[in-house]
Design a protein around this ligand. Structure first.
Ligand code: NAD
Length: 395
C-alpha cells in the first residue's frame, strides 16, 4: 500500500502522522509518500520523515501515486478535482453535519473515511480521534481563560487581602468538558457543571466539580452514550438554572453538542447581558453554531464587557502533542486496513472499518450518516442488496 501523507491547508498546524509512526508503517511494509513540509508546523522536518523511511514528494505527486490519502482537514475543491475513484480519502469531516460534502463524495463515487465516525466502543478507544482532540481542547480552553481573565483562578490569602477563586461554569461534561473540569480545578477554580446525561454526575464529582442537577432530562440508551434533543419544559428549567450560574461565573466553557444537530443554545443574549463585565465565554461548540447565541466561529466578540471566544480548533494551537495523539489514533485505525505484506485490505465486515467509511462506490456505509442523507435527499443513500467486502462482494 502507498500511503500519501498530505500537508494540512490554511492555519492548520497539525500533521496526521509524525515520523515516529511513519517508521512503524514502513516496518509494516507500507510505502509512505510524504508531501514536502507536511510536518513543518508541528516541528517535524522533511529530514525526520526521510530518516523514518518516508519518500518526499510534491502534493501533485502524492495525489498521483498514493492509494490512500491522509489529511486531518477535509479536501478543498482543488483536492476534490485530483482525487481518483480508485483512491481512499481519510480525514475528519464531520459527515453528520457536513452533508453537502458527503453528497459531493457520493456524486464523485469516492471512497472516504471520516475518523470522527469511529464507533465509541471499547475496541475502538485507541483510534478515537474525537476524544484525543477534545482532551486538547478542554485543556487549552481553560488555559486561554486563565490567561485572559482579569482576575486570578486560585484563591490567594495575602497581606494585601484575600483573593476569591474564579467561578468556572462548564456546559457539557463529555471528554472536553471533563478535561476542562480537571484543568480548572488544578488551577484552583471553583467549578459548576451542567449536563443532560446523569451518568456523568459521578465523574464530575470525582474531578472536584459540582454537578448542577436539573430534573426531567431525556436520555436515550439507543443514542450510544450521546445526548439527545430535550423537551421544551426541560429546556426552560435548565435555562433558568444556567442563567443563575452564568451571572456569578467568571468563565463559561461551552462544550455541549448533539451529533448531527446544531449545538443547543444554552447561553442567550439576555444571559450574557447579566454576566459580569470582564468575564469570558469560551465556546468549543462554535463549529456547529455554538452554545452561546452570540458566538461566531473562530472569532472573538465582546458584548457588554463579556468576551465570547468561538474556538473550534484548539488542537492546532498545540500541534506537537495533538499530532502525536492524532497520529497514534490514525495508526491504530490504519492497522485495520493494512493486510499482509503491507497491502491495502478493506474489510467491511469489521464494524470499525464499516462505521468509519462514509462513502464507497456511490453509497453511504455509515448507518447514521446514511439515515441523515436519506432524510435530506428523500431517497435511499445505499443499495440494500450489495456491500463490497474486501475484494469479494457479499450479498
Ligand atoms: P459530545 O461532544 O457529543 O457532547 C459533549 C457533552 O455535552 C456530552 O456530555 C453531552 O451529554 C452534553 N450535552 C449535550 N446537550 C446538552 C445540553 N442541552 N445541556 C447540557 N449538556 C449537554 O460528547 P463526547 O465528549 O463526544 O462524549 C459523548 C459520549 O461518548 C459520552 O458518553 C462519552 O463517555 C462517550 N465516549 C465513549 C468513548 C469510547 O467508548 N470509546 C470514548 C469517548 C467518549
Amino acid at each position: 500500500m502507498i500511503l500519501g501523507l498530505l500537508r494540512e491547508p490554511g492555519d492548520e498546524t497539525r500533521v496526521a502522522l509524525l515520523p515516529e509512526l511513519v517508521k512503524e508503517l514502513v516496518v509494516a511494509k507500507v510505502e509512505v509518500l510524504t508531501e514536502n513540509s507536511a510536518g513543518e508546523k508541528a516541528f517535524a522536518s522533511d529530514a525526520d520523515y526521510e530518516a523514518a523511511g518516508a519518500k518526499l514528494a510534491s502534493r501533485e505527486a502524492v495525489f498521483e501515486r498514493a492509494e490512500v490519502l491522509l489529511q486531518i482537514q477535509p479536501p478543498n475543491d482543488s483536492d476534490l478535482s485530483l482525487i481518483k475513484k480508485t483512491q481512499i480519502w481519510i480525514s475528519v469531516f464531520n459527515p453528520l453535519w457536513e452533508t453537502v460534502l458527503v453528497d459531493t463524495f457520493l456524486k464523485k463515487g469516492l471512497t472516504t473515511f471520516s475518523l470522527d465516525s469511529i464507533p465509541r466502543s471499547t475496541r475502538a478507544q485507541a483510534m478515537d480521534v474525537l476524544s484525543s482532540m477534545a482532551t486538547v481542547a478542554g485543556y487549552k480552553a481553560v488555559l486561554e481563560a486563565a490567561l485572559r481573565l482579569p482576575t486570578f483562578f486560585p484563591m490567594f490569602m495575602t497581606a494585601a487581602g484575600t483573593i476569591r477563586p474564579a467561578n468556572v461554569l462548564i456546559l457539557g461534561a463529555g471528554v472536553a468538558g471533563l478535561q476542562a473540569i480537571a484543568s480548572a480545578r488544578r488551577l484552583g477554580a471553583q467549578v459548576q457543571v451542567f449536563d443532560v446525561r446523569s451518568a456523568v454526575k459521578e465523574e464530575v464529582m470525582s474531578l472536584g466539580g459540582k454537578f448542577v442537577e436539573v430534573e426531567g432530562a431525556v436520555e436515550d440508551k439507543a443514542a450510544g452514550g450521546y445526548a439527545v434533543e430535550q423537551t421544551e419544559e426541560f429546556k426552560r428549567k435548565q435555562q433558568e438554572a444556567i442563567d443563575q450560574h452564568a451571572a456569578k461565573a467568571n468563565v463559561v466553557i461551552c462544550t455541549a453538542q448533539i451529533p448531527g444537530r446544531k449545538a443547543p443554545v444554552l447561553i442567550h443574549k439576555a444571559t450574557v447581558d447579566n454576566m459580569k463585565p470582564g468575564s469570558l465565554i469560551i465556546d468549543l461548540a462554535a463549529s456547529t453554531g455554538g452554545n452561546c447565541e452570540l458566538t461566531k466561529n473562530n472569532e472573538s466578540v465582546v458584548h457588554k464587557g463579556v468576551t465570547i471566544i468561538g474556538q473550534s480548533n484548539y488542537p492546532a494551537q498545540m500541534p506537537v502533542d495533538a499530532s502525536r495523539m492524532f497520529g497514534k489514533n490514525v495508526f491504530n485505525f490504519l492497522k485495520l486496513i493494512i493486510g499482509e505484506e503491507g497491502t491495502l485490505n478493506l474489510n467491511f465486515d469489521d464494524d470499525i472499518v464499516k462505521g468509519t467509511c462514509i462513502t464507497h462506490q456511490g453509497e453511504v456505509l455509515n448507518e447514521r450518516v446514511k439515515s441523515i442523507i436519506e432524510k435530506k435527499n428523500g431517497s435511499p443513500a445505499i443499495k440494500e442488496t450489495e456491500i463490497k467486502t474486501g475484494t469479494k462482494t457479499k450479498k
